[in-house]
Write a protein that binds this ligand. Structure first.
Ligand code: DAH
Length: 347
């Protein structure tokens, strides 16, 4: 191998080994730069004869252009590699599905309660919320339940093994009716001495608890209490308000209602409210929807009001039942199992 061949192969090796363009340009300087090997060869020709210069010069020029083309080849290769890696790192896969924000939604029972609140709200009813852990007195005594009434029994009430500050036993409220007493007492106090006292008009939706569990009963369920007390409030008002509510809730003016005599300790007279659709799959069947009645004088007294003067009605209905009817759900338990496949249908 001549000295020229050896320089060429050194240059090729150095260029191949340069991992970046910057290092490639450094390697180039070692061969073609001012003090590079090829430049030194040219300087070394000074001492040669004219004949020798011709031959040697041609060889050196060949070497120079061989080195330059090796350099160019490596430059091209490096530029391609750099471009490729840049493209790879900046690549966008436009076929990927877009990132979505998981959209939540309200629970169907919450949707039903929101409808109830909006409709009664538009009829001038306040919306109140109260404690789910109640005193025995609020859940039963204030509502005219005799001490030995079966509604108090261990069978359907969840008792809490604890008393409140006044030594009254606590329970998980088995109905929202205690809210009648809580709200009416606060109302009577707030308007004490005011003549005339503004009417009480309130609904109180919320969770209620009973020892009960099957396709139509859950140990935790919802109720919505309603109360309208004034000086001249009668069953006629109840029928108008409740029928109007149902027609708006179900968006169906063919709905009819009827009162069926019943018994509740806190009302006298008492009635179940039944409804019937005039069309659709449930057409023509009476469906039991709510308990109701004219508030018993003993209960009005427990509101802190004079039953000789104040009169009105109360009702208690089940938002779970209303949601089942409105959304066509046949098993109450579906509402409380937390299965997203079921729940996401209501978004
Ligand atoms: N609290 C009753 C229950 O849970 C429902 C009820 C009936 C509420 C009559 C009332 C009423 O306000 O007047 O079964």
């Amino acid at each position: 191998m001549t000295d020229l061949d050896s320089i060429l192969s050194q240059a090729q090796t150095a260029f191949e080994a340069a991992p970046t363009s910057a290092e490639l340009e450094n390697a180039k300087a070692r061969f073609l730069g001012k003090t590079g090997q090829v430049t030194e060869l040219l300087k070394g020709m000074a001492a040669l004869s004219v004949e020798e210069k011709k031959a040697r010069g041609a060889q050196i020029n060949q070497l120079k252009s061989a080195i330059e083309s090796a350099l160019q080849a490596r430059r091209d290769a490096l530029a391609r590699a750099e471009l490729e890696s840049q493209l790879r790192s900046e690549a966008l896969d436009v076929t990927l599905p877009g990132r979505q924000r998981g959209a939540g939604g309200l629970h169907p029972v919450s949707l039903a309660i929101e409808r109830i609140e909006a409709i009664f709200g538009s009829m001038g009813f306040d919306v109140a919320e109260g404690p789910e852990i109640e005193t025995d007195w609020m859940s039963f005594t204030a509502l005219n339940n005799p001490e030995n009434h079966p509604a108090r029994s261990m069978q359907d009430t969840f008792y809490v093994d604890m008393k409140d500050a006044q030594g009254r036993w606590l329970n998980l409220r088995p109905h929202t009716s205690p809210m009648q007493v809580r709200y009416a007492r606060a109302h009577a106090q707030k308007h004490a001495g005011q003549e005339p006292m503004p009417e009480i008009r309130v609904i109180a939706p919320g969770r209620t608890y009973r020892v009960d569990s099957d396709a139509t009963h859950s140990p935790m369920f919802h109720q919505c209490e309603g109360l309208w007390i004034g000086e001249h409030i009668s069953f006629k008002d109840l029928k108008v308000v409740f029928t109007d509510f149902l027609r708006r809730f179900f968006e169906d003016d063919s709905i009819q209602t009827r009162f069926r005599p019943s018994y509740f300790p806190f009302t006298e007279p008492s009635a179940e409210i039944d409804m019937m659709f005039g069309s659709g799959p449930l057409q023509g069947r009476w469906l039991e929807l709510a308990g109701s009645g004219q508030v018993h004088p003993n209960v009005v007294r427990n509101y802190g009001l004079d039953p000789e003067r104040y009169i009105g009605f109360a009702f208690g209905m089940g938002p779970d039942r209303l949601a089942m009817l409105r959304y066509g759900v046949s098993d109450l338990r579906l509402f409380f199992e937390g299965d997203l496949r079921f729940l996401s249908q209501f978004r």
